[in-house]
Write a protein of this length. Structure first.
Length: 166
């Protein structure tokens, strides 16, 4: 039996659709500039395009930022998996705070809180850490509120294309 890629399960396809729609609602522009993002494309094709885009895209659930370990990642595209040097299984489910080293987590949480209050922020910069402890800087990131099928907040997402190793 052939198993479906984890980013192409019905749940992940649904999430990809919500990521793209929530981004457009927050910023007034599409997250993807590819033909798959055009009206009339299938949700499956949209999920494939989101996973394959060179822009790093991540999302975490709606767990409060100050509760326990905070929100857990629910999505990471191929660019994010490569950057953090993790598999889908290792990345999805990880507390999202662990994408930053401990010294950077307060600043990260402040940006997420600001994005939560404003629904979205652009031009965020910060320091992150990969699975092997290597630090990198991200610049020009967008953070937005992820909305469910009833337009209720259910998490946050981030996207960025600019980063460099420190």
């Amino acid at each position: 039996m052939i198993r479906e890629s984890p980013w192409l399960t019905p749940e992940s396809i649904n999430l990809a659709t919500r990521l793209v729609a929530s981004h457009e609602r927050a910023f007034g522009r599409p997250l993807l500039a590819t033909p798959a993002a055009c009206a009339g494309s299938t949700q499956r094709l949209l999920a494939q395009e989101l996973f394959a885009t060179s822009t790093v895209v991540l999302a975490h659930d709606g767990t409060p930022l100050d509760q326990g370990e905070g929100p857990r990642l629910i999505y990471a595209n191929r660019a994010a998996l490569r950057l953090w040097r993790r598999s889908w299984a290792a990345m999805v489910g990880l507390p999202s705070s662990r994408t930053a080293e401990p010294a950077e987590r307060a600043a990260r949480q402040q940006a997420l809180s600001s994005a939560q209050q404003q629904q979205a922020i652009a031009n965020y910069s910060g320091i992150r850490i990969d699975s092997q402890g290597r630090r990198f800087a991200i610049t020009g990131a967008r953070i937005w509120t992820l909305l469910d099928a009833h337009d209720q907040p259910c998490g946050q997402a981030a996207a960025f294309g600019d980063w460099h190793w420190l």
